[in-house]
Design a protein around this ligand. Structure first.
Ligand code: NOJ
Length: 557
């Protein structure tokens, strides 16, 4: 079947189902809740949803630990609810991509329950088992999991360790076993045949492990033996050939630690693997190596260089554009912006800066109303398993309390997972019962109902932004990207040019007024202001005086 590359014209909205909308007041979001908000999404203007996992799961990692790939987690609903949601989305011109989590399962998946029983169980080889080392039966190697705990768990019954790159309740699948790829193909067909439009492929570049299972001293320990591992491309090509190529669907791979060359291997169309990937380079503008616990001061030139690398360097494929998701803290208040008195200006600026680059925009639920980080102070307020393992690690390393007290609230994923703020009622219109994670107190003024009423709200700005995005699609999709002042510490200015038409996007990343002199080649052009977050009295000035977090999108002819 021909792939129509519809994703190049998609604006994707990510739903984190636990926190989106609770229809039955059990404190947990659910599928009927999502259905009830589809008109809201339609009005916003998005045309695709990425749905974080809704599969049956013990929820150790909020659904990224799957116990049954072809059923729904009962508190979220059932397969009929899912089909209805899909249908209602399609009726509104909204496509649906699901999360595909196949690096690991839950330890409560029937495959793992069997695998644990004995070394000769038919499911044993579905997972990665190794003997302990030496007399002390130590872990097979020094690999550290992504949540900051050792990646091996000892299992008494068979006296062996199993590998888990995430929580110990998320054992890694053994892709060396040919049965795994067949299982994966079959579950993908199940959903594609039902009508879903593609997959966001969770940590997909970790599925192939170097079979020597060597220790490594490089941080993160072991990564060089499992990130973009030896058989990754072979596996992805096979899936593409046998499944994906039969549908007009899209894939976006979640691929941390990926270079441009890795990306080319994963997404060059003739290689038939994935359509697109998420790279995380720009998220390192305030941390080391994209690891959010390793905070460093934000640098705008570093951010611009990361964006430019992909805008200019990705010549074979298609980019993805995001500044938030369920694993990152909220963007407003981050990247040197202000989540208090200049929250509205900051939020509008960040969205404008990001989405007029080349690639598919991803908007994370709540971003469109400028929801802010929770920064919970008390460890008991957190729900995320990662927080607890990281806290344990930092404590074990005897790091100063002051450091830990900053690092946890700064990096915690729960920051972006607080319930969606629909109105100012007790639980923000998300539920009538106490939600699974506390609602942010600022729901009294940051909520959808308020935002709808205010013509200057972030929500109304996002609606306009999406509209402008649709209207300027040709330049956005085909135009060259030029950064006008890459070393400037406060201004981010870039142009997109196609067929003598230019989009000029200028943003002030500072809380102070900042001057910016337009380059000569942009003067004397006819200018039209498409988007702005402050009033602009004279659109023809040569030196712009940009207010704190001011952003402007011009069209020049
Ligand atoms: C990446 C997901 O985005 C994250 O939420 C999850 O914890 C890990 N993969 C493990 O599945």
């Amino acid at each position: 079947m021909k792939n129509t590359k519809w994703y190049e014209n998609a604006i994707i909205y990510q739903i984190y189902p636990r926190s989106f909308m609770d229809s039955n007041n059990d404190g947990l979001g659910d599928i009927p809740g999502i259905i009830s908000k589809l008109d809201y999404l339609k009005e916003l203007g998005v045309n695709c949803v990425w749905l974080s996992p809704v599969y049956d799961s013990p929820q150790q990692d909020n659904g990224y630990d799957i116990k049954n790939y072809v059923d729904i987690y009962p508190p979220f609903g059932n397969l009929d609810d899912f089909k209805l949601m899909l249908d209602e989305m399609h009726k509104r011109g909204i496509r649906l991509i699901m999360d595909l989590v196949v690096n690991h399962t839950s330890d409560e998946h029937k495959w793992f329950i069997e695998a644990k029983k004995s070394k000769d169980n038919p499911y044993r080889d579905y997972y990665i088992w190794k003997k302990g080392k030496g007399k002390k039966n130590k872990r097979p190697n020094n690999w550290l999991g992504f949540f900051g705990a050792p990646a091996w768990e000892y299992d008494k019954t068979t006296d062996e360790y199993y590998l888990h790159l995430f929580d110990k309740k998320q054992p890694d699948l053994n892709w060396e076993n040919p049965k795994i790829i067949e299982e994966v193909k079959s579950l993908m067909k199940f959903w594609l045949d039902m009508g879903v439009d593609g997959f966001r492929c969770d940590v997909i570049n970790l599925i192939s492990k170097d079979q020597r299972f060597k220790s490594s001293l490089q941080i993160p320990a072991g990564a060089k033996y499992y990130v973009n591992g030896p058989r990754l491309h072979e596996f992805l090509h096979e899936i593409n050939k046998d499944v994906l190529s039969n549908y007009d669907c899209m894939t976006v791979g979640e691929t941390a630690f990926t270079t441009l060359e890795d990306a080319r291997l994963l997404t060059a169309p003739e290689r038939q693997e994935l359509n697109t990937i998420f790279n995380f380079d720009h998220t390192s503008s305030d941390n080391f190596m994209g690891i959010k616990w390793l905070y460093r001061k934000f640098s705008l030139p570093r951010m611009k260089k990361s964006f430019k690398k992909w805008q200019v360097g990705n010549i074979w494929g298609w980019n993805t554009l995001f500044i938030e998701n369920h694993d990152q803290r909220r963007c407003v208040g981050r990247f040197n912006t202000n989540d208090k008195e200049l929250r509205v200006e900051s939020s509008k600026m960040l969205g404008t800066m990001c989405y007029f680059q080349k690639g598919t925009p991803y908007i994370y639920q709540g971003q469109e109303i400028g929801m802010t980080n929770a920064y919970f102070k008390d460890l008991n307020q957190y729900q995320d398993t990662e927080v607890f393992t990281i806290h344990k690690l930092l404590t074990k390393l005897h790091l100063p309390k002051k450091f830990i007290d900053f690092t946890i609230p700064n990096g915690a994923r729960d920051n972006a997972r607080t319930p969606m703020q629909w109105d100012d009622s007790e639980y923000a219109g998300f539920s009538k019962s106490k939600p699974w994670l506390s609602v942010n107190e600022n729901k009294s003024y940051i909520n959808v109902e308020e935002a709808k009423k205010d013509p200057n709200s972030i929500l109304n700005y996002y609606k306009k932004l999406i509209q402008v995005h649709k209207e300027q699609k040709e330049i956005i999709n085909k135009g060259d990207y030029v950064d006008l002042c890459i070393n400037h510490k406060k201004i981010y200015a870039y142009t997109r040019t196609y067929n003598n038409e230019t989009l000029l996007c200028i943003s002030n990343f500072s809380n102070k007024e900042t001057k910016y002199k337009l380059p000569k080649h942009l003067l004397n052009k006819e200018k039209e202001l498409l988007l702005n977050n402050y009033e602009v009295s004279n659109i023809n000035e040569e030196t712009l005086i940009l207010k704190p977090y001011e952003t402007r999108l011009y069209k020049l002819k």
